[in-house]
Design a protein around this ligand. Sequence first.
Ligand SMILES: [Mn+2]
Length: 332
Amino acid sequence: MGINNSGYSEIYEALHEPLDPLLIVCHISPDGDAIGAALAVAHLCDDWSRPCVLVNDDEIPERYNFLPGVERFIKTQDVGQMFAYAVSVDCADVRRMGEAWRLMIPDGQLINIDHHETNNHFGALNLVESEAAATCLVLYRMIRENGLQMTRALALVLYTGIVFDTGGFHYNNTTPEIHLAAANLLSYDIEPFVVADRVLEAMTREQIELVRLGLSTLHVHESGLIAYVAIDQTMLKASGAHDGDVEVLLPYPRTLVGVEVGLLFRERMDGSVKVSLRSREIVDVSEIALSFGGGGHVRAAGCEISGSLQDVIETVMVKVEAVVQRAYSANA
Ligand SMILES: [Mn+2]
């Protein structure tokens, strides 16, 4: 456990004891771990008869429609109440909560439950375990340590977060502990194929079209160590896909043999560019993301930079080249 962390029982009591409604927020552009973790807290609240509201600035991607309770998410702009109690899950810093943090009253109590290395302990109470592969694993530990009851709905959302953040048990964050947790969760009548299919594999026709267009932009650095794809608004419109669908392109640049850092650049409507970074074995991409005001993990990180797509690509590539070069000379 990290510095300034609260214990599992303290977090449990803070979630369980107040009767006031709890605001549950996961990060903007929510992914499987964020959504799973937010829903897990909501299912716990249901078990305790504590009212709660699930809020996000963004739409929940349709691939998560199979999750119990997902229809309860409300867009931040549609929430007409303020909260004295809130929990953020899978958010490395307060900005990742988007506009939803404004729904807290000034003296409100925020509980920060997360697993990002770059988490800055912004909560009144913090449970940040950066060695955990997923926020859903942090919640699983909290549930087990407090002897709380597991239900099928809870098991399904937690399993989903774990599958997502381990890339289907592919990444190096896949530990014996997480397999044991997954085994336990599967015993609640969970179908592993349904989760892997919906969360990691299934693509809509529009998403496949986006992959086709996106891969045509593939650029490989002369070193062979860096590759990126870039999606602009024209391609997004041509594919018919939504903004949140662009993530389907994320795995490809790093998949190329020999590539250490793979990047995805996506042009946003507001004149900014979202940059997602993945590394294979050596480079710490969270450091690169952090230098541009973003954050994340050693092997997966992201940031948002204002500027034109081409300018942002150039700026980021200069930084990535320098970091890759340094990493390889240190390893030589
Ligand atoms: Mn996560």
